[in-house]
Ligand binder design. Structure first.
Ligand SMILES: [Fe+2]
Ligand SMILES: [Fe+2]
Length: 232
């Protein structure tokens, strides 16, 4: 298992839940009509095709960031609002919420990502919910996965505190990453005439920061530094 994902899964205190999550992370495949679908390796996969985390390694980054955001929300609930929240369910929910996204992507010969024929028929949320039911996961964990897009973009609204926390953490991280990616693409296009292909989140944050600190010249220098680094 990817070491970053291992660290997150190890936060789950309940042994049987941790083992079930581990099994699925180690073999994130799904069988339909006798055919096994595997998809991209979790540590190589993006977590989106264009809106957010749309580069190699984006899946692990998104799981890591959204878990941290979710655990911060748990602290707020406990310390400020004096509420109760099941952290095991929250961590397991964040780890599994997009578990079959890598299964819906394939990499083209030129390195770009595209959706698979399976993804045209079933989305990552439906795939995950059906597999979690088949593997006898707890209902409240399946609900987290089912509700993580919210009710306007998914089948149900979050109906538990844990599902609400996971939904908000997912939306927050997708938005944070997506806004910075979009801004970096736009700034690079205006500054150089050509849109920079962003291949890591670090590049996107660097471009956006250079505009705020050094203006358009800073953007040009940063884009140059990134593209020179690639060709050397
Ligand atoms: Fe999702
Ligand atoms: Fe997500």
């Amino acid at each position: 298992m990817n070491s970053q994902l291992r660290k997150i899964v190890d936060k789950i205190q309940d042994k049987s839940l941790r083992e079930k999550v581990t099994q699925l992370i180690e073999n994130p495949a799904i069988e339909i009509e006798g055919r096994v679908y595997c998809g991209l390796p979790l540590d190589k996969s993006p977590a989106g095709l264009s809106h957010h985390h749309s580069y190699q390694g984006g899946f692990v980054e998104h799981v890591t960031a959204s878990t941290e955001i979710a655990l911060s929300l748990c602290s707020v609930i406990e310390r400020v609002y004096h509420g109760n929240v099941d952290r095991d369910l929250v961590v397991a929910g964040m780890v599994l919420h997009d578990i079959f996204k890598p299964l819906t992507y394939e990499q083209e010969r030129n390195g770009t990502y595209a959706t698979t024929p399976l993804a045209e028929r079933l989305d990552h949320l439906t795939l995950a919910v059906s597999e979690l039911v088949r593997k006898d996961f707890p209902l409240n964990l399946i609900h987290i996965v089912c509700a993580h897009h919210g009710g306007s973009a998914g089948p149900v609204w979050p109906r538990t505190i844990e599902a609400l926390v996971c939904h908000l953490a997912d939306v927050t991280d997708s938005r944070l990453n997506g806004e910075v990616l979009r801004a970096a693409r736009y700034l690079s296009k205006v500054a150089t005439g050509e849109e920079l292909h962003i291949s890591t989140s670090k590049e996107a944050f660097e471009v956006v920061r250079s505009k705020a600190v050094e203006g358009w010249d800073g953007v040009r220098r940063t884009v140059e530094k990134i593209t020179d680094g690639r060709s050397s």
